[in-house]
Design a protein around this ligand. Structure first.
Ligand code: FMN
Length: 364
């Protein structure tokens, strides 16, 4: 298998033009009311023009009070549909497959931004919440939240997106339901993995029902986050459970696809472990620390169907155009501000990237 090969998505018959995925990236460029800005559209369209087979939006919140950051694009209201439509139309022109990444911050939706006490699966707090504890959603609210995810997916479909990616990774609300530390519920939404994954599974079922068979649903999960009680064995079981549902892709967020697992030097990679439990009809996306063509080839050899990238796609928007050449090894960070402005980041996004270690010259 080669990174330049196309991929047939068997459930829908849609074809991806190659094996590259622009993973979701928050960029803080949108307006306070969640409406996409020209800057946010421009940055994404530029990457789609660079031939990414899938272009994922930043995490976009499904309720007004689920925001994790300022400048975050939203899909919580119909007022956001016109600009979402403009983005989806321009992405389509490039031949990329577009996914909007749906999320709710849960305990990571700060009161200072949203004006209300954050919610979660259980009563939780974490550093950065200024000692604020979340409120645990009651049964009716859980069902309403599933509907908010569904309504958001319907808006994305109306706007012309090919599908959505459910953000079940990185300790946001879906992930908080999955984690044994953050979900201590005694009811049907907690307990064993079946219970803790029910929120995610009900969102999938509800979106599929509301959007019909053609709409793509990808699910992104974190293999391991010990702090909130996400462990590898559960995540593997979860991936297997999800692969039996009407979804189109599973995306593992590894942060480092080369990492040793269980502290064992020659242990199988995360990508290989997930491949072993996900049947071949469900494409696997694996993301984390891929930079050059050899890295990408490694991920495919480990059993992924698609290679996700984030940071290299910021600096090198045409990455997919070059990645077929196995000697391709693009410049590494740190990058100058001018370089980043030249590749269609706004000053706001460049500023945000200064907080990512060693990415911008003179940054953190
Ligand atoms: C600026 C930036 C913003 C990010 N925002 C998101 C996000 O909104 N949703 C998400 O699932 N992951 C997000 N991530 C994580 C990336 O999708 C990716 O998993 C991670 O950066 C590792 O890939 P990389 O080594 O290719 O950068 C973000 C990463 C970066 C660098």
């Amino acid at each position: 298998m080669n990174i330049t090969d196309s991929l047939l998505l068997s459930r829908t018959g849609k074809v991806l033009k190659n094996r590259t995925v622009l993973a979701a990236m928050t960029n803080k460029q949108s307006h306070d009311d969640g409406i996409l800005s020209e800057d946010e559209k421009k940055w994404l369209i530029r990457r789609a023009m660079g031939e990414f087979a899938i272009t994922t939006t930043a995490a976009t919140n499904v309720t007004e009070h689920g925001r994790g950051w300022v400048g975050e694009m939203g899909v919580w209201g119909d007022h956001q549909i016109p600009e979402l439509t403009n983005l989806a139309r321009e992405l389509k022109k490039t031949g990329t497959v577009s996914l909007a990444q749906l999320f709710h911050g849960g305990m990571r939706a700060p009161q200072s931004i949203n004006g209300i006490q954050p919610i979660s699966a259980s009563i939780n707090t974490e550093p950065g919440m200024d000692g604020v504890y979340t409120r645990s959603l009651d049964n009716t609210e859980v069902i309403e939240m599933i509907q908010s995810f569904t309504d958001a997916a319907i808006r994305c479909q109306k706007a012309g997106f090919d599908g959505v990616e459910l953000h079940g990774a990185h300790s946001y609300l879906i992930c908080q339901f999955l984690g044994i530390v953050t979900n201590r519920r005694q009811d049907e939404w907690g307990g064993d993995l079946q219970g803790r994954s029910k929120f995610l599974r009900e969102i999938i079922t509800s979106i599929r029902k509301a959007t019909g068979p053609e709409f793509l649903i990808a699910v992104r999960i974190s293999p391991i986050i010990e702090k909130i009680g996400i462990y590898l064995q559960d995540s593997l079981t979860l991936a297997n459970i999800l692969s039996k549902m009407e979804i189109d892709m599973i995306h593992i967020s590894c942060w480092d696809v080369f990492q040793e697992v269980d502290g064992e030097k020659d242990s199988k990679s995360l990508t290989r472990r997930f491949r072993e439990v996900i049947p071949s009809n469900i494409p696997l996306i694996s993301t984390g620390a891929v930079w050059n063509a050899k890295d990408a080839q490694y991920v495919l050899e480990e059993g992924a169907d698609l290679v996700g990238v984030a940071r290299v796609g910021i600096a090198h928007p045409d990455w997919p155009m070059h990645i077929g050449d196995i000697s391709y090894s693009p410049q590494r960070p740190p990058f100058s501000e001018q370089h980043l402005l030249n590749v269609d980041l706004s000053p706001v996004f460049v500023d945000y990237m200064r907080g990512w270690k060693d990415f911008v010259i003179g940054g953190k």
